[in-house]
Structure formats: structure tokens, C-alpha cells
Design a protein around this ligand. Structure first.
Ligand SMILES: O=C(O)CCC(=O)C(=O)O
Length: 285
């Protein structure tokens, strides 16, 4: 089996149908080399001083650098990509009023490691949130390939259809399909799908830009208010601020100083009006 693969101008209905059936799709050449190179260049000093380590969960040879929104404007260009937004709208907005970035980092797999265990991204909420197959999704995850992803260099291992499996079913190697893709392509998957990083058997690192969106009423896995504090977030485009979590989920969840956080970062009244809040919402939450 191969992962369903789409050009970026493909019908969104077709992409969503595959995402619903398989739980995972590849979007070919979604992000330009220019954006990826800018991001990796901006974060290179962090990568240079980070050991390729990690515990068993990370395979033992993975460099992980996060807080990307504060480190490179290119990170905002990626999370605000319109096609990723359209897919997140379709998958998550039936379960929330707005969504937010779940995590925003670079995962670099170096040689000498082991397989990352197959896991579901929703696992961070267990045992408190346990989704049954077919329940509304709470996460939509994605990785943009910062280098080509190949069988040899540790392409992410996906288990298509596992979002619909009984939760105690164990995947075998026959169930695993590799997200082989060119630099700039993205693999997008539902939070309840089994997946994990592969082993890099080459001499050059495999670089992933990992992110995703969670429903706005859930706590984010990476604390974006510390990763990208208000003094840094204030300089970012409004859409990026909102995606980082500087926005209340409905007027009464996530406020600060009696205000929607958007208002604390600058005059965002127009955004509020566009989002359908009325004047009263702006005055007092
Ligand atoms: O790097 C990858 O290919 C997948 C990483 C992943 O799923 C994780 O760290 O949770």
C-alpha cells in the first residue's frame, strides 16, 4: 500500500475523503524551499548545540528543537498555510469554535538510533481523554519534510486506517507504510492514527518540521505562551498569533485581564468582528 498523495491544487474534498478513510495523506511540495531553508537556517545554532539523543520514545538519536515561532518568521508561514488551514477547518471545527497549534518544532533523526514506538498523538491526554474509533478528532498533526524523506533516512512510519481500529489492536510491520516524500511535502494525519519515526541508516540527518492543531478548548502539548511569549508574539501576523493560542475559545475560555488575549497583543477589533463576536464580547468576557 502507498499513502494517498495529492498535489496542492487537488480537490479538498478528495483530500478530506482520503484523510477520513486512511487517517493520513501526503501533500506534495506544499511548502517552498525558500521557507524551509529560512527556518532551518534560523534554527541552525539551536540544532548545532542540541545532542542527537532523547530517550527510548525518541529512538535515542533525535535532535529536538522547539519554540520555532519565536525563532523564525518562516515557522508562521508554515502554520498559516492555507491548505493546512482548510483541512484543519474541516476536521476540527465540528468539535470546537477555533483551533490552535499543538506543537511547533524540528525533529532531526540522526544515524544510530532505534525505531520510535508507534503511537497516537492523542496519547498525551490519556487516561483523561480516550477517543473511541469514529469519535470526533481533537488533533490534526503534520510534518513538513525539511529534507527528502526516504526509507533509508527514517521517513515517518504511518499505519493507515489505525484511527478506526479498536484501541487495543497492535500494529504489525505489514500495517506500516512509509511517508516517503520530497523536501517541502507534508504528511498530514489525524491525531488518533498510529505513527512513529523511522531509523536513519544514512550519514546525513533527516529533518522534519513537526506541528499540528488541537481543538481550542484543550491544553496545547507545547506551551506556546512560554515558547513564544507576548513580547515576541506581538510582532507576528494576527493569524499566527491566533494559531499560537493568543485567542479565546469563544469569549469565555482562555481570557486574560477580562479580555480576549488578541486584544492584549494589539488592536484586533476587526478580527473579532470577522469572527462574529459582538461589541459586548469585546468589552467584557
Ligand atoms: O519524526 C517523526 O517522523 C515522527 C515523530 C513523532 O511522531 C513524535 O515525536 O511524536
Amino acid at each position: 500500500m502507498e499513502l494517498a498523495r495529492f498535489e496542492c491544487d487537488a480537490s479538498q474534498d478528495a483530500i478530506l475523503a482520503s484523510l477520513s478513510d486512511d487517517g493520513v495523506v501526503v501533500l506534495d511540495r506544499l511548502i517552498s524551499d525558500d521557507v524551509i531553508d529560512r527556518l532551518i537556517g534560523d534554527v541552525q545554532p539551536d540544532l548545532d548545540r542540541t545532542p542527537a539523543a532523547g530517550g527510548a520514545f525518541f529512538g535515542g538519536a533525535m535532535k529536538r528543537v522547539h519554540a520555532l515561532a519565536a525563532k523564525s518568521s518562516a515557522a508562521g508561514d508554515i502554520i498559516a498555510d492555507p491548505l493546512l488551514g482548510a483541512l484543519a477547518d474541516a476536521v476540527l471545527l465540528e468539535n470546537c469554535k477555533s483551533y490552535q497549534v499543538q506543537v511547533l518544532g524540528i525533529l532531526q533523526v540522526w544515524s544510530g538510533g532505534k525505531l520510535q514506538p508507534l503511537h497516537r498523538d492523542t496519547g498525551v491526554y490519556q487516561p483523561y481523554v480516550e477517543l473511541e474509533p469514529g469519535d470526533k478528532e481533537i488533533l490534526l498533526s503534520f510534518i513538513v519534510a525539511g529534507t527528502d524523506f526516504t526509507a533509508e533516512n527514517g521517513a515517518t512510519r504511518m499505519v493507515p486506517g489505525s484511527h478506526l481500529w479498536p484501541r487495543d489492536r497492535v500494529a504489525t510491520e505489514d500495517d506500516v507504510v512509509l511517508a516517503e516524500m520530497a523536501k517541502g511535502s507534508a504528511v498530514v494525519w489525524l491525531g488518533s492514527l498510529l505513527h512513529g519515526a523511522g531509523i536513519n541508516r544514512t550519514e546525513t540527518p533527516r529533518t522534519a518540521i513537526v506541528s499540528g492543531f488541537s481543538v481550542g478548548w484543550l491544553r496545547q502539548e507545547e506551551n506556546q505562551y512560554l515558547s513564544c511569549p507576548p513580547d515576541k508574539a506581538a510582532a507576528l501576523p494576527p493569524r499566527v498569533q491566533q494559531l499560537l493560542g493568543y485567542r479565546a475559545h469563544t469569549p469565555v475560555l482562555g481570557w486574560s485581564e477580562d479580555r480576549d488575549p488578541e486584544l492584549l497583543l494589539g488592536p484586533r477589533k476587526a478580527n473579532h468582528e470577522a469572527a462574529g463576536y459582538d461589541e459586548q464580547d469585546l468589552q467584557n468576557v
